[in-house]
Design a protein around this ligand. Sequence first.
Ligand SMILES: *[C@@H]1O[C@H](CO)[C@@H](O)[C@H](O)[C@H]1NC(C)=O
Ligand SMILES: *[C@@H]1O[C@H](CO)[C@@H](O)[C@H](O)[C@H]1NC(C)=O
Ligand SMILES: *[C@@H]1O[C@H](CO)[C@@H](O)[C@H](O)[C@H]1NC(C)=O
Length: 246
Amino acid sequence: MRLCFVVVALLCLSSGLLTSPYKLLSHQWSKLILTYHWPETFCIKEGCTTKFNYWTLHGLWPDKGDMCNSSWHFNASQIKDLIPEMEKYWPNLLSKGPSMSTVLWKHEWLKHGTCAATLEALNSEHKYFSKALELYQKLNLDGTLRKANIVPAQTHYSLEQIEMAIVNYYSVKPKIQCIHEQGEEAQILGQIEICFSKDFQLINCEKNEDDYWSSLNDILTLDTNTTGYYMCDENTPVLYPPLETV
Ligand SMILES: *[C@@H]1O[C@H](CO)[C@@H](O)[C@H](O)[C@H]1NC(C)=O
Ligand SMILES: *[C@@H]1O[C@H](CO)[C@@H](O)[C@H](O)[C@H]1NC(C)=O
Ligand SMILES: *[C@@H]1O[C@H](CO)[C@@H](O)[C@H](O)[C@H]1NC(C)=O
């Protein structure tokens, strides 16, 4: 009886391990990940300073694939009308001047946009960037957290408090990422991912069989130095750092 159970479990485990890499290679994506980052945490990690006191966009990423069409070059003049909004909500947090932001947008387009473009609703630069801005505005993550009294402060939250604020409002599970600073007891809130289906309905960012592969994929494909981000630990207090005023 017990042996039988072990055999079945092993079969399940091995089939899971065998199918996942195959799916990774197939370049078929099934979900879109809208990734926000908290500028102050980003700058703690990268050693920059920031004036942004709200969650900014990092990207809109298909869950699988990157650099899907190398002949589809980024052309900033296609999104000219969006640039004021992009500078505000999708800035390059590392840039010293506004012109540098196009470096981030170009990267996001080449790496992720050209893959998202298999969807008719996203099959141009303009559609891709304006959809990301639309989803960003619609979710209003800052407002959602504030309503649950989760605000940047020198106090600690539990991961559950932050997660529940999001689950209660959007009815889907996010992925929440933190960084850890040496010598600190708390972990620092860094990124929040909210997931969408191909028809732009909110869905859970599930921790399923594919999750290991897609997060591996995220790590391999991110533009900035992401060595620091990990899934926040549920037993460690979370700091949501206010803007450093210097
Ligand atoms: C790749 O991009 C080029 C240039 O925009 C386009 O003509 C072509 O259809 C794209 N190929 C695919 C497979 O989407
Ligand atoms: C970029 O887009 C503009 C506006 O659509 C167009 O006039 C221009 O030819 C494009 N540039 C390149 C290099 O494709
Ligand atoms: C990335 O960040 C880590 C930790 O802050 C640092 O040790 C590492 O040198 C950085 N790597 C690059 C490529 O910038």
